[in-house]
Design a protein around this ligand. Sequence first.
Ligand code: PDD
Length: 287
Amino acid sequence: MTRTVYLNGEYFLENEAKISIFDRGFLMADAVYEVTSVLDGKLIDFKGHANRLNRSLDELDMKNPISYEELLAVHRELIHLNEIDEGLVYLQISRGAPSDRDFVYPNPDETDPTIVLFTQNKPGLANSPSAKKGVKIISIDDERWGRRDIKTVQLLYPSMGKMMAKKVGADDAWMVQDGYVTEGTSNNAYIIKNNKIVTRGLSNDILHGITRAAVLKFAKEAQMQVEERNFTLDEAYEADEAFITSASTFVMPVIEIDGNKIGQGVPGSSSSRLREIYLEESKKLAI
Ligand code: PDD
């Protein structure tokens, strides 16, 4: 099925949507994005993603070309047109296409942002076989820029990290800075030790995951202990359980880090329970 996508206020077939070669998203990675999951045809945590989008735009002095209500309507229309039951909606806003390449930002009164949305159909996303098997992680140095709290499309290093993992037969990588785990290439990172969930606190060093916020809230409601602090790789190797969270993986158990089995080397019971709680509660709140 040829997808219908959204570009600057209009719907197009995916092969008919065109943007300028001078677009700053293309030339400078001067763009922010969001990925929102869809379950049962409904959006998970839409408000959280819309709020973070506004924050990313504000941090980069970029204009928001679309209201909350319009954005929701476009997401819903794309889900409907592309018949998405389970999948993702990708949204990107760049600073637009000035008439030439220039490091200096274009005048926002003369250059409108470029806004693009498309869907990704992922049947079986909630029932993913990886969640039953768990994933294997390697560790790599965190060599990204210092404003990881802004969700920009500068994703080359995370892509390199995924490739490094793939090369050695692992599924993903956790990044390490000054001896402490920051986060996964496209997800937040957690360990569980003595029934306590440990994850790095919020700062400019990591993306403030929307799934992270929901999972920590649900964990506390389920009387699980949560500690937001830095943790080392050694702590991770010795953990009882480990997992990652993101809009595309929800809660995903980690069974191996750098070749060290975590716990029994199978998805841990608390991680699996958290995944169930997350899916159940998020579906109730989906819009
Ligand atoms: N990635 N950390 C990083 C570096 C991420 O890229 C992501 C999301 C997360 C988790 O954030 P959230 O729970 O809001 O999805 C953490 C998305 C899914 C992606 O790039 O495809």
